[in-house]
Design a protein. Structure first.
Length: 410
């Protein structure tokens, strides 16, 4: 078993090295550049995804492709065949964030539909009620309310369809469908339906380079979000599945996942964080202490954090790094109100100042804001393959400490 385990780990390591070389080449060619990522909009359901889809689905949208994108959507996603001579689609009316009234006490009416596409009656095509779910949770009776709205407005379920759009084509929860007579809705996915539709949209926008490039970039963003690139990891998966011993050993390793992550954090990562403390002391000429929190676990997901205490002869500033979600997801930092000595001026030095974070807080850089899976691999690889002084991970934290230390100069 030991030799089999060592062989498996060696082969996975070699395959991962090849993947890193490939990713480095992709980055060198600029293929990772995406304006939506740069603007921090990738997870914005309303500001990006619903707005983008609604604009493309609007026959009078600024894309200048008239009803062609909508026609493709009806064929590719809703799977309704259309005749080529149907011009009435140009009269369809698309609205994002369509308000259908305040939610009543029984939660059977009201709300806000992400995208509503009202079809001309003479087309025989049902109007579309689109509920867009990237990360948000279902609301009570959400689809039930939209169904009730559709029946009231369009008089019959035959005259409208509800599309429940998620990353992977998930079903709506019973919380959303509510109690009562069952009703139909269409499950759609970004990973299959929307990506395929966008490819077709880009193809017909061949003579509009700005529109075409924007669609391509948005589709590339969806590729990243849906982890569609997992196909690139198939060599590792296939290697694991190639032998029963490999498969059993991989399953055994997975069962120790949290323990392995704890070792990774308490080992090479904590060693780097301690060294950052030394670098910060030399740079600020102040007394700085590093504190590692205890690991906690809930429903199989880890939580952890760490702090730096920056002290001069009279005052102390505490810089805190905390994960926003269980599973070591979404790392952010700021200056804590706890253990702050009196006399430190309330001068925001980071973004997002609030009552709890009067000095502000900010998200960690994207490549360091999740400490599990492949992200954690890359963090450890960075810390163990070069001097700490050259590590971007270390430089980022050092900059935060130095910036925070300036509060003690006042």
């Amino acid at each position: 078993m030991e030799n089999s385990m060592q062989t498996l780990l060696y082969k996975i390591g070699e395959l991962q090295k090849k993947q890193i070389i490939k990713q480095t080449e992709v980055k060198r060619r600029g293929e990772d550049f995406n304006v939506f990522n740069v603007l921090g909009l990738w997870s914005e359901e309303v500001r990006l995804h619903s707005a983008m889809l609604a604009e493309l689905l609007n026959p009078e949208g600024s894309h200048g492709c008239n009803e062609n994108f909508l026609r493709l959507f009806i064929q590719d996603v809703v799977e309704i065949k259309l005749s080529n001579d149907m011009d009435e689609l140009s009269k369809a009316f698309t609205t994002a964030e369509y308000h259908i009234g305040c939610i009543n006490e029984e939660e059977t009416e009201g709300g806000r539909i992400d995208i509503l596409i009202e079809m001309p009656q003479n087309t025989g095509i049902p109007s579309l009620i689109i509920e867009n779910k990237i990360y948000a949770e279902d609301q009570p009776n959400q689809l039930r309310r939209y169904y009730n709205f559709g029946v009231t407005k369009y008089q019959s379920p035959d005259n409208f369809k509800i599309l429940y759009l998620t990353l992977y084509g998930s079903s709506a929860s019973t919380t959303s469908t509510g109690e009562g007579e069952p009703f139909d809705y269409i499950k759609c996915s970004y990973i299959h339906h929307i990506r395929k539709w966008l490819e077709h949209c880009a193809a017909i926008a061949y003579d509009k380079p700005k529109v075409r490039e924007t669609i391509i970039q948005y589709n590339h963003l969806l590729t990243q979000i849906t982890a569609y690139y997992m196909n690139e990891k198939n060599p590792i998966i296939e290697e694991i599945a190639s032998k029963e011993d490999y498969l059993k050993n991989a399953i055994l390793i997975c069962s120790y996942q949290n323990d392995i992550i704890k070792k990774a954090i308490s080992g090479p990562i904590t060693k780097a964080l301690e060294h950052i403390r030394e670098m910060a002391e030399q740079k600020t000429q102040l007394n700085i202490k590093f504190k590692s929190n205890e690991f906690t676990e809930r429903s199989g997901k880890l939580d952890w954090g760490f702090s730096y205490f920056i002290t001069n002869s009279q005052k102390t500033v505490k810089v805190v790094y905390i994960f926003d979600k269980w599973g070591l997801i979404d790392l952010y930092y700021g200056i804590s109100k706890d253990n702050i000595s009196s006399g430190v001026p309330i001068t925001p030095i980071f973004n997002n100042p609030s009552d709890n974070w009067p000095w502000g807080w900010e998200w960690a850089p994207d490549k360091y804001n999740t400490w599990n899976g492949e992200n954690l691999y890359h963090i450890i690889d960075e810390l163990t393959s070069q001097p700490y002084e050259s590590s971007e991970f270390c430089k980022n934290i050092l900059d935060v400490i130095v910036k925070s230390s300036k509060l003690l100069n006042n």
